[in-house]
Design a binder for this molecule. Structure first.
Ligand code: SPD
Length: 368
């Protein structure tokens, strides 16, 4: 389904990526300039695309997904028809670059590259091919009232909340969810159990699987976008999710005047810090417009609006003063150094280990 205008913020829109991520190649009208953007769901301000279209006269076909695997499968199959895609830097964007499916950015067409924070860009190895769109952390979203009602001394700052079977059992009735992705959950579990999250140790992987198997009876579902509305509606009370998505759930709950509040924890045990990259596929139908789009997004005012709306951190320092101060000063959105010190960046792993990790995840999700 194409998502052209309405980026579905309101509660009750039924925004769920399984419904949204059916994507077809955008059609082209002879003579008209078109740009085909494939981005994560809930990841752009309401009027960003409209403003780009008004400013440039380029018409945008905007499609969404909620999983890196979906983008990767489409791109690797070739001729996907996209001009802009936004995969996570490591391992996805990196290995897609290695596979030769992106074009090198023409820096002359993107003068606003100068607006990027060089120290953040230095943290990705693929800066000739892409720029950081947003970055964030994996953490825990929780319904404060529902959780504390069931466990007065709930460990709100710790992964014990979900990864300790005795603790999470308290919340099974109010609903627990996890991202549906081996590369998101298993490294968090390995780190929690005291292992190197990317150490490729099969015994450690088995321990992670055993623990996840113990937990799964308390997990209502594995899904990577449904939890936003479900947290906001009170359908679930705990979710392992992405930072900005949980903040969006918090804001939707407040807008709906719910009688509960949603909190977000960057777990004290440490968690994944990630970067999502805007890149231009090698076979993009309209690479010039794609460069124009990246340049447009990198304007401080435009990217500040996006951060205000999706509550993810961006990599344009000059946008900080243009943001809602509650967001720009929120340490859960822009973690200070002492918090960053306990975060770990996603790392690539050997394909054979990755296959083992994926098989583990399939067993966890299916219970077999
Ligand atoms: N709704 C937008 C979600 C963006 C998530 N980015 C993926 C991070 C992968 N570690």
């Amino acid at each position: 389904m194409r998502q052209s205008r309405n980026h579905g913020r309101a509660i009750g829109t039924g925004l769920a990526a399984t419904a949204l991520c059916v994507v077809g190649m955008a059609g082209t009208t002879a003579g008209a300039q078109e740009l085909n953007v494939f981005n994560w769901s809930d990841y752009i301000a309401e009027d960003t695309i409209e403003r780009f279209e008004e400013e440039t006269g380029i018409s945008v076909n905007y499609d969404v997904y909620d999983s890196n695997s979906v983008v990767e499968a489409r791109l690797m199959a070739g001729a996907a028809g996209y001009d802009i895609v936004v995969p996570t830097a490591v391992p996805y964007f990196q290995r897609q670059v290695d596979a030769g499916i992106y074009q090198e950015l023409d820096r002359d067409l993107i003068p606003n590259l100068d607006n990027l924070d060089a120290s953040l860009m230095d943290r990705v190895d693929t800066q000739d091919y892409g720029v950081i769109y947003m970055w964030g952390t994996n953490g825990i979203g929780y319904n404060r009232e529902a959780v504390l009602e069931r466990m007065q001394d709930a460990p709100l700052t710790s992964l014990d909340l979900i990864f300790d079977p005795e603790v999470v059992a308290n919340f099974a009735d109010c609903g627990v969810s996890m991202l549906d992705d081996a590369a998101e959950i298993i490294p968090m579990m390995l780190n929690y159990l005291g292992h190197d999250p990317y150490g490729e140790d099969l015994d450690a992987l088995q321990q992670a699987e055993d623990r996840l198997m113990e937990l799964r009876e308390h997990v209502r579902y594995f899904h990577s976008s449904q939890y936003i509305n479900d947290l906001a509606n009170g359908e679930i009370c705990l979710a392992i999710g992405w930072s900005g998505d949980v903040f969006q759930a918090r804001d939707r709950a407040a807008e709906a005047e719910q009688d509960f509040t949603i909190g977000y924890t960057i777990p004290e045990e440490g968690t994944v810090l990630w970067f999502d990259m805007m890149g231009i596929p090698a076979d993009a139908p309209n690479p010039e417009a794609a460069h124009e789009f990246i340049n447009f997004i990198l304007q401080p005012e435009i990217i500040a609006d996006i951060t205000n709306y999706v509550v993810y951190a961006n990599a344009v320092p000059a946008s900080r003063d243009l943001m809602d101060p509650e967001i720009s000063s929120d340490p859960s959105v822009f973690p200070p150094q002492e918090v960053q010190d306990r975060l770990f960046s996603a790392q690539s792993v050997d394909p054979s280990y990755e296959r083992a990790r994926t098989r583990t995840w399939t067993r966890v999700r299916t219970g077999q």
